[in-house]
Design a protein around this ligand. Structure first.
Ligand code: ZN
Ligand code: ZN
Length: 305
């Protein structure tokens, strides 16, 4: 089962130093979930081979331009490229108004259905549940309404123990029932409990996306034990006051959050334009949480690696 994220943009506010505003493509079993869509996201998708036709769900954390200004362009290209299948957008309610207005004045009627699921910035809600994942909104603490997103793999079926199945001479047609937890009785009446023939699958992995936010313990419980935690780290800690003022987080704070919430791995991003190079941000985070990496353009991280 594939579960990996490709970073399309790592910059806060403006595009600079080859860094684009925020966007990420999460690949779950070759279905793509686009998370935020800053300006230039389409170019980044072409550059890093992220196919728009495979995206059926788009998540927009909040309405600061660096997180959604690429969206109308992407919707328009999907239309021009002949898309017919539905697209679902999870976003603040006002985004629909913005999209409708832009389409109305260009007299564009999209040739595919767009379904909206509006996020409630004050609520932790299950917003998507399909065969591969569940997604919860995470109430964050930003200047305007902002939610993060918690992606959790679906629990997989039990794993077959091949040698035990062979020993018990279990016919192949029973495998599917065994994976679902059924016991087995052989033709000569011998009883096998399920856990003599199978083992439980691994715990589902999670990808936690914490978009723009101030350091706030309110969301720590919800994001705890993340397999991979992406957290914004706009500033170095010597800009702590500025971070608080603008409802952002420092690299050191992001690392403390990863540590306190028991994340397995931390990705940091949303870097301020004041930093031409990012080593200091990485070093600062690593001083507290060693398993930190920079979420920079073109990097793909396998979740659970
Ligand atoms: Zn931002
Ligand atoms: Zn913001």
């Amino acid at each position: 089962m594939k579960f990996e994220v490709t970073i399309l943009g790592s910059s806060s506010a403006t595009p600079i130093f080859n860094r684009n505003p925020t966007a990420q493509a999460l690949n779950v079993n070759d279905r793509l979930y686009l998370i935020d869509c800053g300006e230039g996201t389409q170019q980044q998708m072409l550059r890093f081979d992220v196919k728009a036709s495979r995206i059926d769900h788009i998540f927009i954390s909040h309405l600061h331009g660096d997180h959604y200004l690429g969206l109308v362009g992407l919707l328009s290209s999907m239309h021009l490229n002949g898309r017919k299948k539905a697209l679902k957008i999870y976003c603040p309610p006002q985004l629909k108004e913005i999209i409708d207005l832009q389409l109305r004045y260009s007299e564009t009627i999209l040739q595919y259905p767009v379904e909206f699921k509006f996020t409630d910035p004050g609520a932790r809600e299950l917003i998507l549940d399909n065969q591969d994942v569940t997604v919860e909104s995470i109430p964050l603490d930003h200047r305007i309404a902002c939610t993060g997103f918690l992606f959790r793999e679906k629990k997989r079926q039990r794993k077959l123990l091949k040698d035990k199945l062979d020993q018990a001479a279990v016919p192949v047609e029973y495998y599917s029932a065994l994976k679902k937890g059924a016991d087995y009785v052989s033709p000569d009446g011998k009883f096998f409990e399920n856990d003599a023939l199978t083992v439980d699958s691994d715990e589902p992995k999670t990808y936690v996306y914490c978009s723009d936010t101030a350091y706030n313990e309110g969301y720590f419980t919800q994001i705890s034990n993340a397999t991979v935690l992406y957290h914004e780290a706009t500033f170095l800690n010597d800009m702590l006051d500025r971070a608080a003022e603008t409802y952002h987080t420092t690299a050191l704070q992001a690392a403390r959050i990863a540590q306190k919430t028991n994340a397995k791995k931390l990705l940091i991003g949303h870097f301020s334009a004041r930093y031409k190079t990012l080593n200091d941000l990485l070093d600062e985070a690593k001083s507290v949480f060693p398993d930190t990496e920079l979420a920079i353009e073109g990097k793909t991280f396998v979740i659970g690696d």
